[in-house]
Design a protein around this ligand. Structure first.
Ligand code: ATP
Ligand code: MG
Length: 440
């Protein structure tokens, strides 16, 4: 049995990537996970990985003393260690430096064998990786994905905050459906039935009456039985809603925010993009816009025929991605396939003031001008087969002067797919929830 050491008052002085050959002779303390342990006769070494990268720790059998050598002998991959030692130049080591240890603390010894190799040298399929997700997330690729996601989130937040938006949090336990009852997860709420919220839509709309411009980053729950690389049953939605604005205005906001996130990731995340082997192309500042009608004409000419009024199926959006490019808007959707709160066009109520933001074949966001007139909203609720009585508390604000407003919802997990070049959304979510996965 290997005895575990305490952290005590030892603290990290440097992350591995901060140790350079300029620091020759300096004492440092590093902490991280053991990756490779090697024994080359008189020399023992291991590679320590931390959130900065990796550094080699090398001990000479003749110089380092019994205790250090026997500790290195007991190390297994993924064991957490703290190492105090001197920086030494070493031509053969990665980055030209290594640490010669004067003290090693074994903080937690990893069992063998590992459920999977987070360094990816032994390849595991996605299901196996997700089963042991907490270990899988230790891989350099996962770290890169979640750092990029974090940068995009930070850039997006900053963009909106600097334009007067207020970040809000709306309830996730709700009494009624936003759109249709079919996609709701029911839960028991004391002696009543309630549901997990599928969208912050109704709340963010009424909040424009109070806070004017709001945004929310939060979970949405969809009980759809999808089995695709882009659908989850719990996703993170980045939503905005803006008073005194039209679809056109919020498309501009979306385009600028997305462009800012792309630019910041490109500027600050090069090492992470390199780990992922992804060469990110920042789109032009103005994304092309095509109408729904133009879109079905374009794909029709290319051999994918869609009757006007139907949603665009995968072959159609695949074709559009090829024809139109990477980031583009599809505008003016038929009323039939947009939710009840979508504003019809004045000159043709069969069409709405709405848009989807696409990236190639992937839908990233949906939005539009909303109906703010209470009578029209009640009429559209009925037309969609919904009972306005169930929306009485929502309608309150509309009956008392709620201003014209517009907004959108952007899928953060899907946006991360685009920024990282992943082709499955599960790679971009820490602990994905899909039809078959409820743990971990
Ligand atoms: P799709 O047609 O791709 O199923 P949707 O039109 O039903 O998406 P919206 O209700 O418009 O989705 O939600 C806004 C955004 O939230 C979507 O554009 C997408 O980026 C994200 N999103 C919606 N549902 C999911 C899901 N099940 N998994 C992951 N992201 C989702
Ligand atoms: Mg949509």
């Amino acid at each position: 049995m290997v005895k575990l050491d305490d952290l005590g008052n030892l603290r990290r002085t440097h992350l591995s990537n901060r140790i350079t050959d300029q620091m020759e002779g300096q004492e440092v303390v590093v902490m991280g996970r053991v990756v490779d342990v090697r024994d080359l006769g008189g020399i023992k070494f291991f590679v320590l990985h931390d959130v900065g990268g990796a550094v080699q720790v090398t001990a000479l059998k003749t110089k380092s003393g019994e205790e250090i050598i026997s500790k290195i002998n007991s190390l297994t991959q993924e064991t957490s260690v703290a190492v105090r030692g001197k920086v030494v130049k070493a031509r053969q080591a990665p980055r030209g430096v290594e640490i010669v240890p004067s003290e090693i603390r074994i903080l937690n010894l990893a069992q063998v064998p590992l459920p999977l190799d987070p360094m990816g040298r032994v390849k595991a399929n996605l299901d196996t990786r997700l089963d042991a997700r907490a270990i899988d997330l230790r891989s350099p690729q996962a770290l890169a994905i979640f750092r990029i996601r974090n940068k995009a989130l930070q850039a997006s937040r900053q963009y909106l905050l600097s334009r007067g938006f207020v970040e809000v949090h709306t309830p996730k336990i709700v009494a009624t459906a936003t759109e249709s009852g079919a996609a709701l997860f029911p839960i028991s709420y004391f002696d009543r039935e309630a549901f997990l919220s599928q969208s912050p839509q109704l709340y963010k709309e009424v909040l424009t009456g109070a806070l004017d411009r709001v945004f929310e980053v939060g979970p949405i729950f969809r009980a759809e039985e999808h089995d695709t690389p882009r659908h989850l049953n719990e996703a993170i939605s980045f939503d905005i809603e803006m008073a005194y604005a039209t679809a056109e205005d919020v498309m501009n906001t979306l385009e600028k925010m997305v462009w800012q996130a792309f630019s910041d990731v490109e500027k600050y995340c090069q090492p992470d993009l390199k780990i992922l082997g992804h060469s990110l192309k920042v789109p032009g500042e103005h994304f092309p816009r095509i109408t729904y009608t133009e879109a079905i004409e374009m794909v029709g000419k290319a051999g994918v025929k869609i009757p006007w009024g139907e949603d665009l199926p995968t072959p159609a959006v695949k074709k559009l991605g090829e024809l139109v490019g990477e980031a583009y808007f599809i505008t003016d959707w038929p009323s039939e396939i947009k939710p009840f709160y979508t504003m019809p066009k004045k000159d043709n109520p069969k069409i709405t003031e709405s848009f989807d933001l696409m990236y190639g074949e992937l839908e990233l966001a949906s939005g539009g001008t909303r109906v703010h007139q209470p009578d029209l909203l009640v009429k559209q609720l009925r037309e969609k087969g919904l009972n306005p009585e169930n929306f009485e508390s929502h309608l309150l604000s509309y009956r008392y002067g709620l201003a014209p407003h517009s907004g959108w919802g952007l899928g953060l997990d899907r946006f991360t797919m685009v920024l990282t070049g992943m082709d499955n959304v599960r790679e971009c979510v820490l602990f994905p929830r899909d039809r078959s996965r409820l743990t971990p």
